[in-house]
Design a protein around this ligand. Structure first.
Ligand code: NAD
Length: 494
């Protein structure tokens, strides 16, 4: 197969640099489908220079005109929806249904950006003092950068650049080197929508490209989504270099199941939360805390549901229920974590480790796995697994379940399944997590609400998405105005 081309997009030109590359896989087959350029300072400097040069004209373009580009972009993304989903599915391994869901979430972020003329409204107060008025304006920052993870090749970049650009900034995107092709397709469509050259740029690569962005004096703000150690590094390095930074990290999300939970619906939701996208979601429900009799009520049906999940390649018409994980190394990492849990005394209720996929034997597969009697001190309980593995921890009451949830270093999401309003209210009030679900397994927020991770799941002040993101991508100016006496042309008194 001829590998898919993977050029950078700088100053409106698609250029394939010479030099080192990293392989891009189709995780369903294990085949190399492209070679991602390993960009560094030279490419980043060129992209930032292009973005800097494009900033004056783009930032002076009226907000309604900028919004029109995104109305066209929205239409183009919709027209190319299947192509985007297939590209994301091919390089990531998620099923087409999962790709559709996530590209749709991205599309909603474009729709949100289309509302930028009203999102940029400031406040005014007349007669702050006698004859003195005050107003706030929201103005763009300049060149912003986005650094994205592999697990949502379209959605996460779309969390960032549509709003940043609609607010009047210019942008350099550094996508995950594991899934660069979807990002390029998003860039192609943005170019077709009529965005002026240099306003949006893509530089591919790994750490050298990231470091060049973090230290470049003209980059004003950095949005990052990825694992916790890198999020921390991005936040510390970016802020040390005077940049505004929002950095989303990893997660370990707990789902508490009360004895009165609706069993069939909870099983369905939990199964999707744990095994959807092969568990490669920052909002995956990776630990079920069963309270009292919930374990006996729920686990038999949950194990049956997990065993029924069909694993297979996602790049052909017959779609499986679950695709592969991203790389062979990542599969081995997940296997190691499960083995460590077993060694430390946990029991495997459903073992997906030996899954066979005869029509794609070189793909990176794991079957749905449920590990029972996981204890808080185990590595498996503390580390983000990011695979189709559900830990089960058994507790006697809600207080202990909340206590356990709150011990986690992460604070992305948490959910409770119950029919008790009182239990739900207690949980919502006391749980230490930024996104809470009540009978909702994956409470990931939509475009108009911020994506509010806490603790080691987020470093920064203003979150991605919603009004907080508008604040992140703009700086406020407050003007206080007073007019004296009668100036020339001051005819109103006559
Ligand atoms: P990752 O941290 O390995 O990579 C993310 C980005 O950082 C990539 O663009 C990569 O090129 C870059 N990077 C990697 N190592 C680097 C280094 N040493 N120095 C500088 N840059 C580096 O994450 P991933 O494996 O691509 O994605 C999975 C992780 O992302 C999981 O931990 C998941 O929870 C997290 N995630 C979080 C959210 C959220 O909103 N909190 C959403 C999606 C994914």
């Amino acid at each position: 197969m001829t590998p898919f081309p993977c050029p950078n997009f700088i100053g409106g030109e698609w250029r394939t640099p010479d030099g080192a590359t990293t392989p891009v896989y189709n995780p369903s087959t294990g085949d190399v489908i492209s070679h991602c350029p390993s960009g560094g300072a030279a490419e980043v400097n060129a992209a930032v220079a292009a973005a800097q040069a494009a900033f004056p004209a783009w930032s002076e373009t009226p907000a309604v005109e900028r919004a029109r580009v995104f109305f066209r972009y929205r239409q183009l993304v919709e027209q190319n929806f299947d192509r985007l989903c297939q590209t994301a599915s091919r390089e990531h391994g998620k099923t087409l249904a999962e790709a559709r869901g996530s590209v749709h979430r991205g599309l909603e972020n474009i729709e949100y950006a289309c509302g930028v003329p009203t999102l940029l409204f400031g406040d005014t107060l007349e007669n702050l003092a006698r004859g003195v008025d005050c107003e706030t304006l929201l103005q763009p920052l300049g060149v912003c950068a986005g650094i994205t993870p592999f697990n949502f090749p379209a959605m996460v970049p779309l969390w960032m650049f549509p709003l940043a650009l609609a607010c009047g900034n210019t942008f350099v995107l550094k996508p995950s080197e594991k899934v660069p092709l979807t990002a390029n397709l998003l860039g192609e469509l943005l170019d077709l929508a009529g965005l002026p050259k240099g306003v949006f740029n893509i530089v591919h690569g790994g750490r050298p490209a990231v470091d060049a962005l973090l230290t470049h004096p003209k980059v004003r703000a950095v949005s990052f989504v990825g694992s916790t150690p890198i999020a921390k590094y991005i936040y510390e390095t970016g802020t040390r270099h005077g940049k505004r930074v929002q950095a989303n990290g990893g997660a370990k999300n707990y789902i508490v199941i009360m004895p009165d939970a609706d069993v069939p619906r909870t099983v369905e939701a939990l199964s999707t939360a744990a095994f959807g996208c092969a568990g490669e979601r920052c909002m995956a429900g990776s630990t079920a805390i069963t309270v009292g009799a919930a374990a006996e009520r729920l686990l038999p049906s949950l194990v049956t549901a997990a065993r029924a999940i069909k694993v297979g390649p996602t790049d052909r018409p017959a779609q499986p229920d679950m695709g592969p994980v991203i790389t062979a190394q990542h599969r081995d990492h997940v296997l190691k974590l499960v083995a460590s849990g077993e060694k430390e005394g946990a029991s495997i209720l459903c073992d997906g480790r030996g899954v066979k996929v005869p029509d794609a034997p070189r793909g990176f597969y794991l079957g749905a796995t449920i590990v029972d009697n996981v204890q808080a001190a185990m590595t498996l309980a503390r580390e983000e697994v990011f695979g189709p593995v559900l830990n089960v921890m058994r507790m006697d009451d809600l207080d202990r379940a909340i206590e356990l949830t709150n011990q986690s270093a992460f604070g992305n999401g948490a959910a409770i399944f119950t029919n008790s309003g009182k239990a739900a209210r207690e949980f919502k009030h006391r749980v230490k997590a930024g996104m809470v679900g009540i009978n909702v397994g994956v409470p990931a927020t939509m475009a108009m609400f911020p994506f509010t991770g806490w603790d080691d799941s987020f470093y920064g002040d203003l979150h991605i998405q919603g009004r907080e993101a508008v604040q992140f991508y703009t700086q406020q100016k407050v003007t206080t105005t007073r007019w004296f006496g009668e100036g020339v042309g001051d005819v109103w008194k006559k």
